[in-house]
Design a binder for this molecule. Structure first.
Ligand code: ATP
Ligand code: MG
Length: 511
């Protein structure tokens, strides 16, 4: 079947003008590769024999931006569309392993194509001259093979970013990396230290979102570990647990592939079990356990992603998802309401997705997926019922409490206590009932009710109970595992001390 290039008119017009002035000109790189693969290119780069100044002279009637004059690139605004035109060039002397010390303009396309990274990216097409493919990129593309142009070691040593670009193309497009190129990727991985954090992050985010990320992460785990050394202990770490068929790394990768390609969700799956090797223990039946691993995974993730320099809000969300991947979301409307109040809808849905992917990645616990689907159905129901989920939704507010004689910080505390009751039973949310409840609370000031976040197993409940009962003012702590609801009994219990005691064992007061 003949290849359909179907160049957009603005691109074809720029090429025509340059050709009419006597300069050979082509579409080059990704757009040619995509057209040949039957995909719609997302942008078109042009290259030409004309020098930047000559390009400017040819397009005096158009607006021109001198994008990267030193490197030969000018942007022509053709019918409002920006078109990047770069003079044929070679690059030389990559003394820092990332940027060429100098570029030299050349007059033929073949020399320009020789500096490009992979054969499939080293093709050019012109409506006048046809396809230029000196490195058999078309052949490799047909076989979905990613191969360096020229000697792979030399090419990767010039610019180590190419190592990650290779992984990215493989992850996105499902290319196989040709054996000699693959061997060179492994051999040269340490050169990635020369690549800036921004470029690594940009490639990493695309790699984890690739449809074929699993195979790439299995084959090139050493390269991923070069960027994120925190993942290294997961590789090959056997779990010795009937719920887990795979080692920690393979399970994590399967979980990555089982969640939609949103970079944060995918990173959450990559790191959710990073704390397992450190928390591993074996019981008397020889079964492996990982008590408290989510808190350790969170710490490890924090360390690792600091290097990726994510925006603060994104990092916070990622850490939260890792920390709570194992915290139950509940299977009653009551516990779903409480969790929804704690997490908010967006985070609740992300946690659901994380938990589903975790189950699918285990491949041994279909029952758990069914439970999660039930939780999801409950979520929809609770949201539809338009329940009271925050202090703002209560039928009373701070003014009412002041009217009832409460002042200062006590107001917030009473509102939280009332909310805690209403989360259990939304029918309490009327002014009259809340007032009655308030009177009851006021006369019986010997307890405190809160919701603790992060408990995922009976062992957590024990830990929380012990740490709370070590506070002298607390005489008893009753805890519901599924919803995280805690009742503390005692006189004048200091909230601050409660929060500190919980933080020390890795939990937090949510409401
Ligand atoms: P995408 O579809 O993801 O944009 P692309 O191949 O167009 O893929 P770009 O980063 O836009 O990738 O680069 C355009 C072209 O420039 C590539 O096709 C390749 O020929 C060349 N190129 C880009 N980066 C490098 C590099 N680090 N080393 C060598 N050649 C490169
Ligand atoms: Mg591109």
């Amino acid at each position: 079947m003949p290849v359909q290039y179907n160049l957009p008119e603005s691109i074809a017009a720029v090429i025509r003008r340059l050709e009419d002035a006597g300069y050979a000109s082509y579409v080059v790189g990704g757009a040619v590769r995509d057209c040949l693969a039957g995909r719609q290119p997302h942008d078109y780069d042009l290259c030409t024999a004309a020098l930047p100044q000559q390009v400017e002279e040819i397009f005096t009637d158009k607006h021109i931006i001198e994008t990267g004059l030193k490197h030969g690139t000018v942007t022509v605004l053709a019918e409002g569309e920006p078109v990047e035109v770069t003079t044929f060039r070679t690059e030389s002397d990559y003394s820092d392993g990332r940027r060429p010390d100098s570029v030299a303009f050349v007059s033929n396309i073949e020399d320009d194509l020789a500096r490009r990274d992979f054969t499939v990216n080293a093709m050019a097409y012109s409506p006048v001259r046809g396809l230029c493919d000196p490195f058999d990129g078309q052949d490799d593309l047909r076989r979905k093979l990613l191969r360096c142009v020229g000697d792979p070691d030399t090419r990767l040593q010039e610019d180590a970013l190419r190592i990650l670009r290779a992984l990215r193309f493989a992850a996105q497009r499902g290319y196989t990396i040709e054996p000699e190129t693959a061997a060179a990727l492994h051999r040269n991985r340490e050169r990635l230290v020369h690549v800036s954090a921004e470029r690594i992050t940009s490639e990493m985010m695309q790699i984890v979102c690739g449809a074929h990320v699993g195979a790439v992460m299995m084959e090139f785990s050493d390269i991923i570990a070069q960027i994120l050394p925190e993942i290294a202990p997961m590789i090959g770490f056997e779990q010795h647990n009937p719920h887990h068929k795979y080692d920690v790394w393979e399970h994590s990768i399967r979980a990555v592939e089982s969640i939609r390609p949103d970079p944060l969700l995918r990173l959450a799956m990559l790191f959710h079990d990073a704390g397992k090797p450190q928390t591993y223990s074996v019981d008397e039946h020889g079964i492996g356990h990982f008590y408290g691993h989510p808190a350790i995974s969170r710490e490890i993730t924090e360390q690792a992603v600091r290097r990726l320099r994510l925006p603060v809000q994104q990092e916070k969300k990622l850490l939260y998802l890792v920390r709570h991947h194992d915290t139950p979301l509940g299977c009653t409307a009551r516990s779903v309401r409480r969790k929804l109040a704690v997490h908010g809808e967006e985070l609740f849905r992300s946690l659901l997705a994380v938990k589903k992917a975790d189950c699918i990645g285990q491949a041994t616990a279909p029952q758990n997926v069914t439970n999660l689907l039930q939780t999801e159905a409950l979520l929809e129901q609770v949201l539809q019922e338009d329940n009271c989920l925050t202090r703002k939704d209560l039928a009373v507010n701070g003014h009412d409490l002041m009217e009832w004689g409460v002042s200062g910080q006590e107001i917030g505390r009473y509102l939280s206590e009332l909310l805690n009751r209403v989360l259990d039973d939304p029918s309490y949310n009327t002014r009259e009932q809340l007032h009655a409840m308030f009177e009851q609370l006021r006369t019986q000031e010997d307890h405190m009710e809160l919701t603790v976040n992060g408990m995922s197993a009976g062992s957590c409940v024990r830990m929380v109970k012990e740490s709370l009962e070590s506070i002298p003012a607390v005489t008893r702590a009753d805890i519901a595992l599924d919803s995280g609801r805690v009742m503390l009994y005692g006189q004048n219990i200091p909230l601050e001390q409660v929060e500190k005691a919980l933080a020390a064992v890795g939990f937090e007061v949510a409401i």
